[in-house]
Design a binder for this molecule. Structure first.
Ligand SMILES: [Zn+2]
Ligand SMILES: [Zn+2]
Length: 147
């Protein structure tokens, strides 16, 4: 993981006038190092050893602040917990049906879909979301490896 991304993110925080608390720094660092799109709970569990006084609510608050200044994206999936992604460049996700793992992949942004949707419906399009579902390499193996 490059230090540059963390430095850039810290600079964005500073420019936004957001106070950089040790917890906020740790949440950001964890997200930047994690390619797994963790839930707030997972981030909390990963950091509670380092910050015994930190609560899940603190993690949520920090994630909200990071989201508001555009450093983090929140991915919601119906009723299940939101997942957080600090890769804010345009990318799509492929999701494992078995274990729920989310992997980034890059594909040219489907701008035509947005403009067509606007033309057809008269909406002002904000964004679109596309997800591919399947079985990841880890879950695909022989039946004996499952569960
Ligand atoms: Zn899987
Ligand atoms: Zn992602």
């Amino acid at each position: 993981m490059s230090e540059t991304r963390l430095d850039d993110a810290i600079n964005t925080l500073k420019e936004s006038g957001v106070r950089i608390t040790p917890q906020r720094h740790a949440v950001l660092e964890y997200l930047l190092n994690s390619m797994t799109h963790p839930t707030a709970d997972e981030i909390y569990k990963a950091l509670e050893g380092k910050f015994p006084n930190m609560s899940v609510a603190t993690v949520y608050n920090n994630l909200r602040v990071l989201r508001e200044i555009g450093l983090v994206r929140e991915l919601t999936y119906g009723d299940s917990s939101s997942r957080f992604d600090c890769n804010t460049s345009e990318h799509y996700h492929i999701i494992c049906n078995e274990c729920g793992k989310i992997v980034d992949f890059h594909y040219p942004t489907l701008d035509e879909v947005e403009s067509l949707a606007e033309q057809v419906t008269g909406f002002d399009v904000t964004y679109h979301r596309m997800e591919i579902y399947g079985t990841c390499e880890g879950c695909k193996g022989p039946a004996t490896q499952k569960h």
